[in-house]
Design a protein around this ligand. Structure first.
Ligand code: AMP
Ligand code: MG
Length: 350
């Protein structure tokens, strides 16, 4: 199958809508990452999403709609959900609500709840409005790869597996949506994203953050969100996070880089703008500014993909405090690093 990459003109949006209505797949931009969409009410169309991505069938999808009124058709919208919709939607917030019979169980991997979201990206909104359908869409990457934040990433992963990708440029948030479980007694964040715990607490009396967000699942522990069970976002090289005072972090990384260089191994450091001068002699990628953690979130996945394209065997990354958008950044970075973290202050004290 030929995969077309189109700028989101009115004609391209109409073509996307026609394809979706005909049960086909469309890659489209959202404010979080690119999605791989299909008609959520068409079981065969939804199955083809899993096939194109190589996604395990027990990892449920998020259903996207343009208008909150469409949600009543697919799930039980609670008062808390209505409050959150009026405050944060359209935006990077996915809510888990009890599903209705209209949603085929292949969408929710057999679960009684369905994940729903109202994206804010104008191209996603135009496409959803044009097709007038709820669209099931996971991230448009091959399963296991970092989520795509440009149309080119989607093409790199899925060329030949879908007829159309709409090119809406770089995604603004750059990390997948916050997944908030509204079926539990206290709203619980299962996956952190652009809508932070701090933001949710401005309108909700209480919010829980699943404690497995910054640590690996223990043996036999059940993942609250099936997606958290899978290895995610991992680059093919070895990535280590390094925490501590910036000077200590840089010294530890420089020492490791020298050892690697002696073995002829290439090293790349993901560092914050403010610390770049500390890394003379090593290849660095500026991941953003400490003052603006959202910039680091936006660039993380593209940086990991680039490292793979460049076949970098050894990667080191500086870290952020796990608050605000930093929580979502660290959740993805921890997974990319397989939870390997070096303590530069402890090393310096030896
Ligand atoms: P993706 O669309 O690739 O960002 O993945 C969607 C995320 O939402 C995955 O981590 C899923 O496991 C999670 N998810 C979707 N539906 C449900 C559900 N009904 N219950 C729990 N987690 C869900
Ligand atoms: Mg995904």
């Amino acid at each position: 199958m030929e995969t077309k990459l189109l700028m989101p003109t009115e004609a391209a949006i109409q073509e996307a809508a026609r394809l979706l209505q005909a049960g086909q797949l469309v890659g489209f931009p959202t404010e979080t990452v690119y999605g791989l969409g299909a008609n959520a009410l068409n079981e065969d169309a939804v199955r083809s999403i899993f096939a194109a991505k190589g996604r395990p069938a027990d990892n449920p999808l998020i259903v996207h709609v343009a208008d909150p009124a469409q949600l009543d058709h697919i799930c039980e919208v609670t008062d808390t959900a209505r409050l959150l919709i009026s405050t944060f939607c359209p935006g990077p917030l996915t809510m888990l609500l009890m599903k209705k019979g209209t949603v085929p169980s292949v969408v929710t991997a057999g679960l009684p709840s369905v994940a729903v979201r109202i994206p804010s990206h104008p191209v996603a909104r135009d496409m959803l409005a044009a097709c007038q359908l709820p669209i099931a869409a996971p991230s448009a990457n091959t399963s296991g790869k970092p989520s795509p934040t440009t149309a080119q990433h989607v093409l790199d992963d899925l060329r030949g597996r879908l007829p159309l990708i709409l090119d809406g440029g770089e995604c603004q948030v750059g990390l997948e949506s916050t997944v908030l479980d509204l079926t539990s007694p206290i709203p619980t964040i299962l996956r952190p994203g652009g809508i932070t715990p701090e933001m949710l607490l401005t309108v909700l009396p209480e919010v829980k953050v699943a404690d497995s967000i910054l640590r690996p699942l223990m043996d036999g522990e059940k993942a609250l969100s099936p997606g958290m069970r899978y290895k995610h976002y991992a680059p093919s090289g070895t990535l280590s996070m390094v925490k501590g005072k910036p000077e200590n972090v840089a010294n530890l990384i420089l020492a490791r880089a020298r050892e690697a260089a002696a073995k002829g191994q290439a090293v790349r450091v993901l560092a914050f703008e403010e610390h770049l001068p500390l890394y003379e002699g090593v290849e660095t990628v500026c991941i953003g500014s400490v003052e603006n953690p959202a910039s680091a979130a936006q660039r993380l996945f593209a940086t990991l993909r680039q490292a793979d394209d460049d076949h970098i065997p050894l990667l080191f990354s500086e870290v952020l405090p796990a608050s605000g958008i930093g929580l979502a950044f660290m959740n993805r970075l921890c997974r990319a690093a397989g939870f390997t973290e070096l303590d530069a202050d402890a090393e310096a004290a030896k």
